[in-house]
Design a protein around this ligand. Structure first.
Ligand code: AHG
Ligand code: MN
Ligand code: MN
Ligand code: MN
Length: 299
């Protein structure tokens, strides 16, 4: 009998199993991060690469994720919003993490998230190199959204770190109802403010802004709408980081049939001159996001 060719794992199957492990570790770490939040509400000394003061909770979440994701065979690099440099952890896929998104919401006990994105190229990878993205939402319950293999799935994450799919092949609802934009209104450029006034004139649209990108994006995925952290008069590149927030959320929303933009093009096409570069972010239903590009083009 002919011996079966030993089916060596192909590149693809081994990458898929590494992505499975990254998703699994992210879910299993979520309850540990959640449990560590209440006693880590102070700011630590020093600034992160974005010039912001991290909280103990940011550092705690980042250390836990580095330890666990870095331990996965097939993960080669780990980079974080909280760390200046990329860390080599072996050979294989690159992982970028925003360990705690919206950490300023810890004190008022509002939503926060963890964002993980996976790339098949060395960092600083581009949007074209992304192969998977996920976020955990620490809300009334803990949920996780993943975008991989062309589809978006929502899971409930249980206190023991197990997780169950609750929505599969998630797509943005056709009739959007929520909008939310960061930055101070007086700092919005005139053309963006004109766009927002148009949105507000539509009485089916409601303002929903919670101050954590993941909380606000999850509203858009659930109800349909638009979230943005726009270009601002003083800081044209806005506030959010393309590698740690723009690419993953752009990938998730586009995989869910929505649209992402930096004001001109897809977030996935944003080139960056350094790992912690910022970009304006607009994501949601195409019917709501595309007009932003038209308005800003008038500027
Ligand atoms: P992070 O906590 O990871 O630094 O991200 C905070 C970001 C993002 O979550 C949110 O959309 C935005 O900051 C809110 O900014 P404002 O506080 O200026 O509204
Ligand atoms: Mn931060
Ligand atoms: Mn963030
Ligand atoms: Mn963060």
């Amino acid at each position: 009998m002919a011996t079966e060719e030993s089916s060596l794992p192909t590149e693809a199957s081994s990458a898929a199993s590494v992505i499975d492990q990254i998703v699994d570790v992210t879910a299993r770490t979520a309850p540990d991060i959640r449990q560590g939040l209440p006693t880590r509400r102070k700011y630590v000394e020093g600034e992160n690469p974005s010039g912001e003061r991290p909280m103990e909770a940011d550092v705690f979440a980042d250390d836990l994720l580095l330890e666990r994701i870095g331990d996965i065979a097939g993960v080669g690099e780990y980079a974080s919003e909280e760390r200046e440099e990329v860390i080599g952890v072996g050979a294989g896929l690159s992982v970028c993490v925003d360990p705690l998104d919206g950490s300023s919401n810890l004190k008022p006990n509002n939503t926060m998230g963890t964002i993980v994105s996976v790339y098949d190229a060395p960092l600083p990878a581009t949007g074209d190199d992304i192969v998977a993205a996920a976020y955990v939402l620490y809300g009334a319950t803990t949920t996780m959204i993943t975008a991989r293999d062309g589809t978006v799935t929502e899971y409930v994450v249980h206190p023991d770190g197990t997780y169950d799919a609750v929505r599969e092949d998630l797509t943005l609802p056709e009739d959007p109802t929520v909008y939310g934009f960061g930055g101070r209104v007086p700092d919005w450029v005139d053309s963006f403010e004109a766009y927002v006034r148009e949105i507000e004139s539509d009485d089916s649209m409601k303002l929903r802004y919670g101050g954590s990108m993941i909380g606000d994006v999850n509203q858009v995925l659930t109800y349909g709408g638009v979230f943005g952290y726009p270009t601002l008069k003083g800081t044209p590149e806005g506030k959010l980081r393309v590698q740690f927030e723009g690419y993953p959320v752009g990938h998730i929303v586009e995989t869910a049939g929505g649209y992402s933009s930096d004001g001109e093009k897809s977030l996935m096409d944003v080139e960056k001159d350094e790992l912690h570069a910022r970009t304006p972010v607009y994501v949601g239903n195409e019917s709501l996001v595309e007009p932003i590009e038209a308005h800003l083009a008038d500027d």
